[in-house]
Ligand binder design. Structure first.
Ligand SMILES: [Zn+2]
Length: 331
């Protein structure tokens, strides 16, 4: 650039094709992966059914899947900056012990050993932190924000701006185990009435499918039903499903109202059923509004409640972007 005095300043920018990063979101039955370039553009989003086992075989299969995705884009190996794996803490033995699920599980690869199974440098990142990173990279965080990942295991984080430096930070917390009803349903963590017991994607569907032992079972006779089919049947007039969905939306509305009061933050919903929440957002907004006289108009709620445009890929995209955060920090 031109300059009247001294050395001419040079503007530098990231070369988008100089580095690529991979993010993987591990869930119980499925793996969602994303590959992004250095500018943050998403080059690939893909999912594959791989049942989580946590064994060496599992991680080897996952690594091979990641390699095949990188190959499918014909990316130069030397330009892969790394891989981050977003994974629920509950998948690791230390978390199992904490909630008393199992003792001394064998053959599960520990959180620090996972990197050894991948061709490229790999690290683990909490799901909510990954989801929050996506919001920060794409500049969607004007205000402090709570991200709620509605998945089999509910995850969440608080994104806020440090008051002195203005730097945005992500703080994860155990959002799924905030109780919304002291006499409510029993959660696997041992407490009653956790958000996890009411609003996890499995909470409702497992109940319908008769495969959840912690709650009252609705039906054992039907075949395995998925969310989209559940919604389709509900919309076709299934009253039993309508009642279950009402309970789901009521619980979510109650939680969102409380969390909004506590943090005064924008709230973003992501996860596998984001498209359903998006569709029923007016209903959710009405119920939140009914809970508090301070939300006079639906727009008052609408202004702070959002659904993620990355839906089920929010965590995998964010995990990949987080690889770049680490890289940029080192420059
Ligand atoms: Zn719980």
């Amino acid at each position: 650039m031109e300059s009247a005095v001294g050395r001419k300043p040079a503007l530098i920018t990231l070369s988008r094709k100089s580095r690529y990063a991979v993010g993987v979101h591990v869930q119980t039955h499925i793996v969602s992966a994303a590959i992004v370039d250095f500018s943050g553009e998403v080059l690939l989003q893909e999912s594959k059914n791989i049942l989580y086992k946590g064994t060496p075989d599992y991680w080897t299969a996952l690594s091979e899947y990641v390699d095949s995705l990188i190959e499918s884009l014909d990316l130069e190996k030397a330009r892969i900056a790394g891989i981050k794996v977003a994974i629920p803490a509950i998948f690791f033995p230390m978390a199992w012990k904490a909630v008393g699920i199992r003792d001394d599980p064998e053959g599960i690869v520990g959180v620090r050993e996972i990197g050894a199974y991948f061709t490229y440098p790999a690290q683990v990142i909490p799901i909510a932190e990954a989801a929050g990173t996506t919001r920060i990279w794409y500049g969607a965080v004007e205000n402090n924000t709570i991200v709620i990942e509605l998945a089999r295991f509910i995850d969440g984080c608080y994104i806020y701006r440090e008051s002195l430096t203005g730097i945005r930070r992500v703080r994860t917390f155990d959002i799924g185990h905030i109780s919304i009803n002291k006499d409510g349903k029993r959660c696997f963590c041992g407490k009653n009435g956790c958000l996890q017991a009411y609003c996890s994607t499995s909470g409702l569907i497992d109940r319908v499918n008769g495969i959840d032992t912690t709650m009252e079972i609705v039906s054992k006779s039907r075949g395995i039903l998925h969310w989209n089919e559940f919604i389709r049947q509900m919309e076709a007039g299934n009253q039993e499903y309508r009642a279950l969905f009402d309970e789901y939306i009521d619980a979510l509305a109650y939680f969102i109202n409380n969390i909004r009061i506590a943090f005064g933050a924008d709230i973003v919903i992501c996860g596998d059923i984001t498209h359903i929440i998006e569709k029923y957002k007016p209903e959710l907004v009405r119920r939140i509004q009914a809970l508090s006289p301070s939300w006079k108009q639906p727009e008052d709620v609408d202004a702070y409640l959002h659904t993620s445009s990355f839906a089920g890929y929010q965590a995998s995209v964010g995990a990949a972007l987080s690889v770049f955060d680490d890289l940029i920090e080192k420059i």
